[in-house]
Design a protein around this ligand. Sequence first.
Ligand code: IPM
Ligand code: MG
Length: 361
Amino acid sequence: MDLRITCIPGDGIGPEIIAEAKKVLDTVAKQYGHTMHYTDILMGGASIDVHGVPLTKEAVETAKSGDAVLMGSIGGDTTTSPWYRLEPSLRPEAGLLAIRKELNLFANLRPAVLYDELVAACPLKDEIAAAGFDMMIMRELTGGLYFGEKRTIEENGVRKAVDTLVYDENEIRRIAIKGFDIAMKRRKKVTSVDKANVLASSRLWRSVVDEVAKKYPEVTLEHMLVDNCAMQLVKDPAQFDVILTENMFGDILSDEASMVTGSIGMLASASLNDTKFGLYEPSHGSAPDIAGKDIANPIATVLSAAMMLRYSFDLDREADAVESAVREVLQSGYRTGDIMAEGCIKVGCRQMGDLLADRIK
Ligand code: IPM
Ligand code: MG
């Protein structure tokens, strides 16, 4: 099979972790008889430095012409990087938001799994960690506060800023359908997270999710308020299967969920539209403080590449091979600095990539 993959190395540790993901993908290609066609595009700070904007039309067109996008990370240090002296619409993150919108990537899947090998890195109490957890956060990605009307004004000498949280029923329905579809392939439970005791958008969210649920009688649906969910994630994460939520809540809850897995360096993500097309990226940021030092953890990017094989190319065996390689390397005791534990062998980013590629069967 020919796989046309657009790569966005991006900023900070992005180029290093993308290089390791490609190493693993190339091994998969060799062993399973596929051909990888990579095309790089610039986004974020890397694009600002060359083109003065975080994403060009040409880059979007290139991305649209491929089968899937594999991204590293974008952005820099928000207090020191000159990128953050630009107006907000020209900063690195605006490129990421624009590509999500341009490619209509409304469904963001962020799986948070506690690997047995990383239980020691889990910051939760032993008895909670021992129960393990395996959840999928389904975050709506092209609506809500991120894309609603924004303005900053001055009224009678008082500065005022407005962000608008807006959802229509179609936006809610399509993400809810994806959430229930995914739940059908998992443990058949959906926890829809909102703030219906305060927000009108959440009340609409809840009623549309209830409508969609009627078509999935096998799936158990529960509604949970977002503040309670934040608490439940550290109290009893094992209760969750699919968490279905809007853009901003999903942003916050997915960082929390990633930390309880032991490290944000392990969390993959897929952003999908209505077709097989998707953008795959680690859930973590560009970590400018450790960029270029060969100490970043490439596993979240490698696992994102596995999600790409599974969701965009229907290559389940190949995706399984990548995920098994990750487990085997962890079982053999290899760790990057962020997940290092006593008695383990500390390796850098490149060596972790080599170890993973070596274990592709
Ligand atoms: C994420 C990130 C982005 C978001 C930022 C970089 C705009 O935090 O993918 O979770 O808020 O969506
Ligand atoms: Mg985030």
